[in-house]
Design a protein around this ligand. Sequence first.
Ligand SMILES: *Cc1c(COP(=O)(O)O)cnc(C)c1O
Length: 388
Amino acid sequence: MTDKKSLQTALIHSDYIAPDGFAAFPTAIHHASTVLFKDVAAMRSRNWQDKTAYTYGLHGTPTTFTLEARLAEIEDARHCLLAPSGLAAIAMVDFALLKSGDDMLIPDNVYNPNRELGNWLARDFGISVRFYDPMIGAGIGDLIQSNTKLIWTEAPGSVSMEVPDIPAICRIAHDKGAFVAIDNTWSAGLAFRAFDHGVDIVMQALTKYQSGGSDVLMGAVLTRDDALKKHIETAHMRLGFGVSVDDAYLVLRGLPTMKLRFEAHDAGARRIAAWLKARPEIDKVLHPAFADCPGHENWARDFSGAGGLFSVIFDEGYTEAQTDRFVDSLKIFKIGFSWGGANSLCVPYRIQTMRKSWVGTGQMIRFNVGLEDPADLIADIEQALAAL
Ligand SMILES: *Cc1c(COP(=O)(O)O)cnc(C)c1O
């Protein structure tokens, strides 16, 4: 066989190899489904769980391994696995830990798709799922049964903004042999150092602050525990949770500015929340940094910041039609789910349908304060309040 290839083969096989020594700040994007082995022995000895080498695109490339390692550094975890969305990351935790006959506790104010996944697991997969008052604190001990395997937490609940006592929940859970997972998306892992407060598993929706671009869906599950990592890894593999390396790149691109963005969101949100608090139309501002927010004392003890998300309750005199008109009248704030991007958003919630023991009937609206000038955002809210 000569080295001379036909044109068709040459289109597929090239002899060119780019020179070594290229250096730049961005992480390289390594596209691959197939990963090549140098010989059969290398192929036979390779184990998909070993993250010091490569087996198949689904199990990782240098791009996804780099993102996992960097997220683990940020959250001070030992292990990280990516998922195609934040919700997929929640599912990965559930499938990693639960089997038929097990019991799971979920806070009543949880991110709603987490609740719906729990309801599905309860209906079709033989898992017992119960919802608890997020402000229960150490009282969670009374709910933990011998088959309670997993306790979800979310700090704060991303609509009702109640901040639970995570260290108290973790202490009792560990005494009774249950694992605690947290949806730590609100704090981006920056303002709440979950593992230092006793949590076993952290879940992040990278869709939010990590990406910062409103353009990518991704999630992550992190842990310090080697045994838990094995369970999470198995769920990741069995469910086939691959992520696009282009998407991984978008998240990597967001990380260097994440803390500065988070602090800017935080400053803007506090200023706007304080302005709203003084308005006669508003009955309550639910912002964890404000003393009257449920669980504020937990936030003050355990958190170092707050980001851009908070909710308000309108005075009970305003009907849903009126507050809908307020939302429709906003110009800079757009209507849409999610947060963590540069654009401000606003969503009305029927909180009474989401949080069983919610008291009060005032209309709730959640604000995600973006990176626009807070003065312009306040002016936007002020003109929309006039439309009430
Ligand atoms: C957005 C979000 C998720 C889910 O993330 P997706 O990537 O949209 O699936 C989970 N939990 C919280 C608190 C969120 O805000």
